[in-house]
Design a protein around this ligand. Structure first.
Ligand SMILES: NC(=O)c1ccc[n+]([C@@H]2O[C@H](COP(=O)([O-])OP(=O)(O)OC[C@H]3O[C@@H](n4cnc5c(N)ncnc54)[C@H](OP(=O)(O)O)[C@@H]3O)[C@@H](O)[C@H]2O)c1
Length: 347
């Protein structure tokens, strides 16, 4: 197999990660078209020992393309994904443009990979924090029904793209030099701070990011009734989102059992030993593929509930890696195409 691949938003933090993931996994890239705004036309990005020029994205950009990875924001996806589909490409979209459209599969291959085949041209890659969360919830839900999930996130600045990374650096530098600088990307300074607000406010006092976690978790787990409560927080970490999660189950479960289920789950790594101070931090997850889990314990206030901590690189499993895994499954290439993918059916 050899596929013609396009990356829309190639110059962004997710776009650049796409190039690394495609290369790391030896995805069968026959040809590669890199697309971004007119500002970046002519820039060259490294891929597989070569330098690939970036072109301005336009209606004719997708001729001959088999698979188009979109990571250029919702507006670009809404405008250009239909062009790509008309040109015969499958679009795997990282924005939130199509995630709640019931006709568009919302896919995490290890959880509901079988739904990818139902697409009509577009497949949505879920929200980054939600992907990390369902990777850990699904192996539990397969054994014991989940009643309620309460999650607080600790989200890295690269989750806001290149602008978030620059803002943390700029505010830190200004403070070290004794200058006052106003925040631009976030409503409050992110340097030496945490901000209980991600993206925008929505209905009921929740942020739009919190609503994504509620709605997308229900959709991916095929549990429209699931009680999910989320608080999304931005922290001055460069890369890898973390989450503190309380999972209330149908019946009490031994934390050792949960540890075993998670240790067996593909794409999940358990690091959990109070004796040796083993627990994962975002720096452990940076640049890697697994969702790391630790601090697995019984909730002392509710015997049916388990508390845990997880962290994962949101530019990889939360974005580019998950999208490439979807393509691998769809085109029957790579590790998830084999029996492991088939065995990961959910529920
Ligand atoms: N960052 C994350 O952790 C993360 C995780 C999951 C999903 N996502 C989603 O991925 C998308 C990209 O995020 P990012 O973090 O990579 O942002 P970013 O670093 O700001 O990159 C944005 C990319 O979009 C391109 N772009 C912007 N406007 C465009 C236009 N009008 N036409 C064509 N290209 C345009 C930019 O091109 P120029 O360089 O030419 O401006 C750049 O390549 C967003 O939809 C985001 O919600 C991000």
């Amino acid at each position: 197999v050899s596929l013609s691949v396009a990356v829309a938003g190639a110059t962004g933090v997710v776009g650049r990660e796409f190039l690394r993931v495609l290369e790391d996994r030896a995805f069968p890239v026959g040809s590669l078209r890199l697309l971004a705004s007119e500002r970046s036309a002519g820039t060259r990005l490294p891929f597989a020992g070569d330098e690939v020029p970036v072109e301005a994205l336009g209606p004719g950009s997708f001729a001959g393309i088999d698979v188009a990875f979109f990571s250029a924001g919702s507006e670009v996806s809404r405008r250009s994904a239909p062009d790509a589909v008309r040109a015969g490409a499958v679009v795997i979209d990282n924005s939130s443009a199509f995630r709640v459209d019931p006709a568009v599969p919302l896919v995490v291959p290890q959880v509901n990979g079988e739904t990818a085949g139902l697409h009509r041209g577009v497949i949505a890659n879920p929200n980054c924090s939600t992907i990390l969360l369902v990777m850990v919830l699904a192996p539990i839900e397969r054994r014991v029904r989940i009643r309620r999930v309460v999650v607080s996130t600790y989200q890295a600045v690269s989750g806001s793209g290149a602008g978030g990374l620059r803002e943390l650096e700029r505010l830190g530098e200004a403070e070290r030099e004794g200058r006052e600088e106003a925040p631009a990307v976030y409503p409050k300074p992110i340097h030496r701070n945490v901000i209980p607000f991600v993206q925008a406010f929505g209905e009921g006092g929740l942020t739009t990011e919190e609503w994504k976690m509620v709605k997308e978790t229900r959709r991916i787990l095929a549990r429209p009734d699931l009680a999910v409560s989320a608080t999304c927080v931005r922290v001055p970490v460069l890369r890898a989102h973390s989450e503190a999660v309380n999972v209330e189950l149908q019946r009490p479960v031994d934390p050792d059992e949960v540890r075993r289920w998670l240790a067996e789950a593909p794409g999940v790594r358990v690091e959990d030993d109070p004796q040796t101070l083993a627990f994962p931090t975002p720096r452990d997850a940076e640049g890697g593929d697994d969702v790391h889990v630790g601090r697995i314990r019984r909730d002392p206030a509710e015997p049916r509930a388990i508390d845990l901590w997880l962290t994962g690189d949101q530019l990889r499993k939360g974005a580019a890696l998950n999208a490439v895994e979807i393509a691998e499954r769809l085109f029957g290439v790579g590790p998830l195409a084999g029996p492991r993918g088939a065995a990961s059916r959910f529920p």
